[in-house]
Design a protein around this ligand. Structure first.
Ligand code: TMP
Ligand code: ASP
Length: 238
């Protein structure tokens, strides 16, 4: 499968057309950004690590009944994916309070939440991805009916249940994560984008060590060592 025209470039990925109009190639970049790209860096091999981790998790989720955009892994940092219209909502799932939740609401960092929290953020860098509620989603016409918001929340919770169990076995606490969904040409809602240490928070269950992009956000070391360890644990046959 050959790369065609560059269709879209985001902060961590490029999307290219292919000979098949329903399929795109996603290239995982080595670039690292935080705080809406105010902080930037790059680590060689970061993209390939995320591509491998994300492919494994998407396949695991597919086996458990979650529909995803992933068709095939082409090489170490390219995936063949179904072309979808991305719903511009960042769906964030939280098991433990930290990050913007602790900052916004004053909840103690590290507090285990009494139930899984699902939040919506508007995917709009110009507005700095503000938190939004269901009514905002409808007013902004981000989806055409409210049932779709229910589907997004239910899918996100299912993904959380599957991934939490998977990572617990690998001694990683899945603290929180962000997912994006897209709509394919048949109107089906598919998990899209990626699930990787760029879009999740992982804390080692034994040492509490940070194993995700917070290493870069907080400037406490190189992400590659941690992402390699996450990949090793993801690939572990248990
Ligand atoms: P937050 O605590 O900064 O709101 O982040 C919640 C989760 O969402 C965390 O796992 C990191 C992820 N995330 C992204 O993937 N992209 C983003 O732009 C932001 C702000 C968070
Ligand atoms: N993804 C956002 C950025 O690249 C923010 C973040 O993940 O912290 O700027």
């Amino acid at each position: 499968m050959k790369k065609g025209e560059l269709l879209y470039e985001g902060k961590a990925k490029r999307l290219y057309r292919t000979e098949n109009e329903d399929q795109l190639i996603a290239e995982f970049k080595d670039d690292l950004t935080a705080f809406n790209a105010q902080k930037r860096s790059s680590e060689e091999g970061k993209g390939a690590l995320n591509a491998k981790i994300s492919a494994h998790l998407f396949r695991l989720l597919e086996k458990e009944g979650i529909k995803t955009h992933l068709i095939d892994v082409l090489d170490e940092n390219h995936h063949l994916v179904k072309k979808v219209e991305i719903i511009p909502i960042e769906v964030v799932v939280r098991n433990i309070a930290t990050g913007s939740l602790s900052k916004r609401l004053g909840i103690e960092d590290g507090k285990i939440l009494p139930f899984t929290l699902v939040e919506f953020y508007l995917k709009d860098d110009n507005l700095d991805d503000p938190i939004i509620c269901d009514d905002h989603c409808m007013i902004l016409e981000l989806v055409d009916d409210r049932d779709k918001l229910r589907v997004l929340k239910d899918e996100a919770k299912k993904i959380n249940t599957i991934l939490k169990a998977f990572f617990t076995k690998r001694r990683l606490n899945l603290v929180d994560f962000k997912v994006e969904f897209g709509i394919d040409k048949n109107g089906e809602i598919l998990l899209s984008d990626e699930i990787s240490p760029d879009s999740c928070r992982f804390w080692d269950m034994d040492t509490n060590e940070i194993m995700d992009k917070d290493i870069f956000r907080k400037g406490i070391g190189s992400v590659k060592v941690a992402y390699e360890e996450v990949l090793n644990r993801v690939l572990k046959d248990l």
